[in-house]
Design a protein around this ligand. Structure first.
Ligand SMILES: NC(=O)c1ccc[n+]([C@@H]2O[C@H](COP(=O)([O-])OP(=O)(O)OC[C@H]3O[C@@H](n4cnc5c(N)ncnc54)[C@H](O)[C@@H]3O)[C@@H](O)[C@H]2O)c1
Length: 253
């Protein structure tokens, strides 16, 4: 068991990669709290994990709710060894005549949630003598993204946060890394492949993306959960400050 005895918190865990990771982490011996805004999504995660995951409902677009959620998760678990903030959101695609409320919501989910929750989680990891923090960035946090500049700005911020915290908290035995998935087969992928909301557009863009990737497929939620499992585990005990592409080689080009 690769996470035997570890206490883990995963956000955006009511769907996609977060759900896959809850199941994977619990299967490797971790005690997991899954956080999400969707009660229905959380119920499915708990059911699919065979009841091995505890659910905590919270709206992570609100910084105060982020704080409370980490506090409640730590209380449920009796501490935190692994904290993965996976929540994020598509963002406005144009900055001309930007709707500031849309912008602020996207930045709240893509960046502020990581700053606030990591800040709340750090003392718990220190108390346990160290641990691992993960943030979900994106390949859009590694290379510029002309179709989604605001999303990209938030995800570059997440990578900067991970690297900076890695340097600062390394002496405390806390490793901090960012996951950078390319297009991944989850409900959110639709908003990236179909800005016009049309299924045909989505299918076309997904196929064009697939054939442009060296490994000729888009990611599965399990691809990302496996990378997270490695970075969260002691197998990665000398890896910190990394922004790991999980993209089939897309950003190698
Ligand atoms: N899917 C992709 O192609 C892709 C690629 C790169 C990075 N990402 C990143 O992955 C993360 C999304 O994960 P996914 O693709 O597994 O998505 P998903 O659509 O499967 O799941 C998103 C989850 O986030 C939850 N959520 C939404 N708003 C929330 C809020 N305010 N508070 C709490 N939970 C909330 C939803 O209820 C849902 O369960 C984001 O950080 C996203 O930027 C996704």
């Amino acid at each position: 068991m690769r996470l035997e005895g570890k206490l883990a918190v995963i956000t955006a865990a009511g769907s996609g990669m977060g759900r896959a990771a809850c199941i994977r982490f619990a299967g490797e011996g971790a005690t997991v709290v899954a956080i999400d805004v969707s009660r229905e999504g959380l119920d499915r995660t708990v059911a699919e994990s065979g009841g091995r995951v505890q659910a905590l409902q919270a709206d992570l677009s609100q910084p105060e709710h982020c704080r409370r959620a980490v506090r409640e998760a730590a209380a449920l678990l009796g501490g935190i060894d692994i904290f993965w903030n996976h929540v994020g959101s598509p963002a406005p695609n144009v900055i001309e005549e930007l709707d500031l409320a849309d912008y602020e919501l996207a930045m709240a989910l893509n960046l502020t949630s990581s700053v606030v929750m990591a800040g709340e989680a750090l003392p718990h990891l220190k108390t346990r003598g160290g641990g691992a923090i993960l943030f979900t960035a994106s390949t859009s946090g590694l290379v510029g993204s002309p179709r989604s500049p605001v999303y990209s700005a938030g995800k570059f911020g997440v990578v900067g946060l991970a690297k900076s915290l890695a340097i600062r908290y390394g002496p405390d035995g806390i490793r901090v890394n960012a996951l950078c998935p390319g297009l991944t087969d989850t409900p959110m992928a639709f908003s990236f492949t179909a800005p016009d909301g049309r299924a045909e557009t989505s299918a076309k863009v997904a196929e064009a993306t697939r054939v442009s990737i060296p490994l000729r497929r888009i990611a599965t939620p399990e691809d990302v959960a496996n990378a997270a499992l490695f970075l969260a585990s002691d197998e990665a005990s000398y890896i910190t400050g990394v922004a790991l592409p999980i993209d089939g080689g897309a950003t190698a080009m």
